[in-house]
Write a protein that binds this ligand. Structure first.
Ligand SMILES: Cc1ncc(COP(=O)(O)O)c(CN[C@@H](CS)C(=O)O)c1O
Length: 407
């Protein structure tokens, strides 16, 4: 397996080469959002400088070129997740909108009052609140599968709750707060054995590991461009064609129709039937460029590099007296959430920031999960392709200062 040339990777990210309060920036908040490599910046700038126009409707050359790049990005993304066809790739604003689309379209059309949507304690608010809204509108019920004390989500903890009343399993691929990697294949096989579809909140997966929707066997897969070295404002809902085909539109407007009269309108097939209005053209092109850039790296080598950082960070942080790592599931993505006996997460985040280290302090939009561990917040360091062991040292040394200050 070839190793990652991190210095060469870092050279692609202009933003990383700066100082914060006189210290080199150590950007360790990748679970919140990742930075953008030069090819993504260039692709978006080139679109706006040389061929930008609205898509699909124009008869003029620029519109055709813009459309080719926009639809080309869709095909690039479809290949990246091994989707059977690119028409199954729907552009959304991000994972949140992708999940809301399924709740609103699939949920309202195919879930019945009294049926259950099965989620887990690991979920991000984006995969909790849309189902609560559907419950309040439609009368479905929410069931929550428990995680273990160490942040592990055992497949049976989920599968034993799948019954004849379960209408959908909605589950994270990777926990943004703890890093837990969920055993999706096992859960999906059990759900399908009972005829229950599976939606995956895949937000934290594509930048860190190969995502193959056919190998996973899932029915819907949602993710955001800004977490995988692409821009904000663009994300993807991938869905199985036979489900997308029968789902009613999510939003109405231009682009998603064949014809409109005051009496009625006829709707386009997926994906355009779910893409009302002018799309995020430049952002979609940016996401396509991010996928091309990421695909230029050996994803196994990326995963191995990040796992090495996770192991090193776990070792260094575990050595700090009074520091408690929250979530030690195996396998785990390169996310380390922790508390310190001596200091509040926000104080810790502020102090390490003065040392040039960017981490997140808070509930990470997973308040129920924090409550389950009796916490209101943690500090979270989350690693990406461009992070280094030196940056782990920078974090650990800054935490030593916190310990001395508050110890
Ligand atoms: C598992 C998971 N699911 C959904 C989302 C929402 O993604 P959007 O691009 O904001 O729509 C996120 C984004 N989590 C960020 C912001 S709260 C974090 O700091 O962890 C996520 O991690």
């Amino acid at each position: 397996r070839n190793t990652l040339d991190v210095e060469r990777v870092r050279a692609d990210f202009p933003i990383l080469h700066q100082e914060i309060y006189g210290k080199p920036l150590a950007y360790l908040d990748n679970a919140a959002s990742s930075q953008k490599p030069r090819p993504v910046i260039n692709a978006m700038t080139e679109a706006m400088e040389s061929y930008y126009a609205n898509v699909h409707r124009g008869v003029h050359r620029l519109s055709q070129v813009s459309t080719d790049h926009y639809e080309g990005a869709r095909e690039t993304i479809a290949r990246f997740i091994n989707a059977p066809k690119s028409d199954e790739v729907i552009f959304t604003r991000g994972a949140t909108e992708a999940i809301n689309l399924v709740a609103s379209s699939y949920g309202r059309a195919f879930l019945k009052p009294g049926q259950e949507v099965l989620i887990t304690e690991l979920e991000h608010h984006a995969n909790i609140v849309p189902w609560q809204m559907l419950r309040d509108q439609l009368g479905i019920k929410l069931r929550v599968a428990p995680v273990d004390d160490d942040g592990t989500l055992r497949a049976e903890a989920v599968t034993e709750l799948i019954g004849e009343n379960t209408g959908l399993v909605a589950i994270a691929h990777i926990s943004n707060a703890l890093g837990t990697i969920v055993p999706l294949q096992e859960i999906t096989a059990a759900a399908h054995a009972k005829g229950v579809p599976v939606l995956v909140d895949g937000c934290q997966a594509p930048p860190h590991q190969k995502v193959d929707v056919q190998a996973l066997g899932v029915d819907f897969y949602a993710f955001s461009g800004h977490k995988m070295y692409g821009p904000t404002g663009i994300g993807v809902l991938w869905g199985r064609w036979d489900l997308l085909k029968k789902m009613p539109p999510y939003q109405g407007g231009g682009e998603m129709i064949y014809s409109v009269t005051f009496e009625k309108s006829t709707f386009k097939e997926p994906p355009h039937g779910f893409e009302a209005g002018t799309p995020a053209i430049v952002e979609a092109i940016g996401l396509g460029a991010a996928v091309d850039w990421l695909s230029g790296h050996d994803l196994d080598a990326v995963a191995a590099h990040e796992h090495k950082l996770l192991a090193y960070a776990t070792e260094r942080l575990s050595a700090i007296e009074g520091l408690n790592i929250i979530g030690r599931a195996e396998p785990k993505a390169a996310i380390v959430s922790f508390t310190m006996d001596q200091a509040h997460p926000h104080d810790i985040g502020t102090i390490v920031d003065r040392a040039g280290v960017a981490v997140r302090a808070g509930h990470h939009c997973a308040q129920p999960l924090m409550e389950r561990y009796g916490l209101s917040a943690t500090v979270r360091a989350s690693f990406g392709i461009y992070n280094t062991e030196q940056e782990v040292d920078q974090l650990a040394d800054a935490l030593q200062v916190v310990k001395e200050l508050f110890g």
